[in-house]
Write a protein that binds this ligand. Sequence first.
Ligand SMILES: NC(=O)C1=CN([C@@H]2O[C@H](COP(=O)(O)OP(=O)(O)OC[C@H]3O[C@@H](n4cnc5c(N)ncnc54)[C@H](OP(=O)(O)O)[C@@H]3O)[C@@H](O)[C@H]2O)C=CC1
Ligand SMILES: O=C1O[C@H](COP(=O)(O)O)[C@@H](O)[C@H](O)[C@H]1O
Length: 447
Amino acid sequence: MGSGGGQWIVEKRSSFRSEPLEVNVSETGCLSIVVLGASGDLAKKKTFPALFNLYRQGFLQSNEVHIFGYARTKISDDDLRNRIRSYLEKGSAKSEEVSEFLQLIKYVSGSYDTEGGFRMLDKEISLHEEFRNSTEGSSRRLFYLALPPSVYPVVCRMIKLCCMNKCGWTRIVVEKPFGKDLDSAEKLSNQIGELFEEPQLYRIDHYLGKELVQNLLVLRFANRFFLPLWNRDNIDNVQIVFREDFGTEGRGGYFDEYGIIRDIIQNHLLQVLCLVAMEKPVSLKPEHIRDEKVKVLQSVMPIKDEEVVLGQYNGDEEVVLGQYHGYRDDSKVPDHSNTPTFASIILRIHNERWEGVPFILKAGKALSSKKADIRVQFKDVPGDIFNCMSSNHAIRILLDHSIRKSMSVKQPGLEMSTVQSELDLSYKQRYHGVTIPDAYERLLLDT
Ligand SMILES: NC(=O)C1=CN([C@@H]2O[C@H](COP(=O)(O)OP(=O)(O)OC[C@H]3O[C@@H](n4cnc5c(N)ncnc54)[C@H](OP(=O)(O)O)[C@@H]3O)[C@@H](O)[C@H]2O)C=CC1
Ligand SMILES: O=C1O[C@H](COP(=O)(O)O)[C@@H](O)[C@H](O)[C@H]1O
């Protein structure tokens, strides 16, 4: 599924308990895709563009599919179509193609915790199914929760109560972050698990669908060049960096409850870390890859306070920079919010391959540039005859799918590093309450 042009992947957890498999598995016939939270940021930036890409590539047929947007905001079908149009009209998409696709979308407004809206939604879906003359067992209903996780339980209850498919499959896709901590994640899992069978549930992390994240396995395990080097004897540190040059932009309601660690680091960056650090899986089967990822996570040591930097962007420099409002200026963010919008954390993996190699995970909003990358920094060459000042050999893997050149090997002279470290410093000055432990300043702030 394209996300702004890239690929999406849903990770299917193999059952935690033994479950009967889904009975109806028809993959043809009338398909209703329901985007809950259709008024939001994810829906316009990624979900609808991804569905549009599937449509353009012929994976969604206009004689089978209908798309429903659902949210509380009171808008018309056309209002929703107009909101998302500009996100679809990118690249080579023709305006007629966009218009055709938009005609497949209908909007239903309703709350998340009462039956009225969901009954209405069910009625609209049924009308579509009747119109498509779907025969028994051949209709499909997919509910995509583009919503803050706090409302997943109630929304799932409402779907179960009002919108189940009577003669075909019903599936649920939920977004990250999955809860806030272990307790809430387990609670959420139980709550949803009581309503749906495991094979009906899909948990999504769109970073796993980025072309270059998928390529990591190939880079590591199909490449004799890297195999012998990928360990503590040769690698000095690994940096996995996510930067955005815009702030929360109206998403304060969602973001303030979760913060940058739960929004980016706990899911996207940890998935990448697992792919960089794990051992070779037995095969490419999802369960085998999952097993190796779990071993990495189990080997991560408790994080030390002095190896964490947290910050929150403010608006003090607005006049100078002319572009940033402070995080607390967002009307949905409380005046005294301490939610971090920047975090830099060192993880240490206690195993034979990685002992002593810091994995530095950094994520920030309202930074000076937009990028997501992995930097694998190699140790100095012994007996250096070029008088290099510091470690100069690194592989940089850019995760942004719009950047075609996926990998470059850096040679002495790292200008990029110097420039970006200055930019990060200006970010630091604009931040509330950032304390940088001296010894770690370079590792935590440089990129
Ligand atoms: N934005 C992105 O690029 C990405 C987001 N995600 C995930 O998608 C989910 C939604 O994120 P995003 O779309 O950015 O967030 P938004 O803040 O845009 O929320 C989406 C919609 O949910 C409703 N909503 C917002 N806050 C609440 C609340 N507290 N209670 C009930 N409903 C609420 C609003 O719709 P209304 O008021 O109309 O009902 C809103 O339009 C999150 O879990 C996020 O992690 C994942 C990948 C990328
Ligand atoms: O999950 C999220 O990801 C987006 C960034 O995704 P990208 O593919 O554009 O890198 C981020 O903006 C958002 O805060 C977060 O919820």
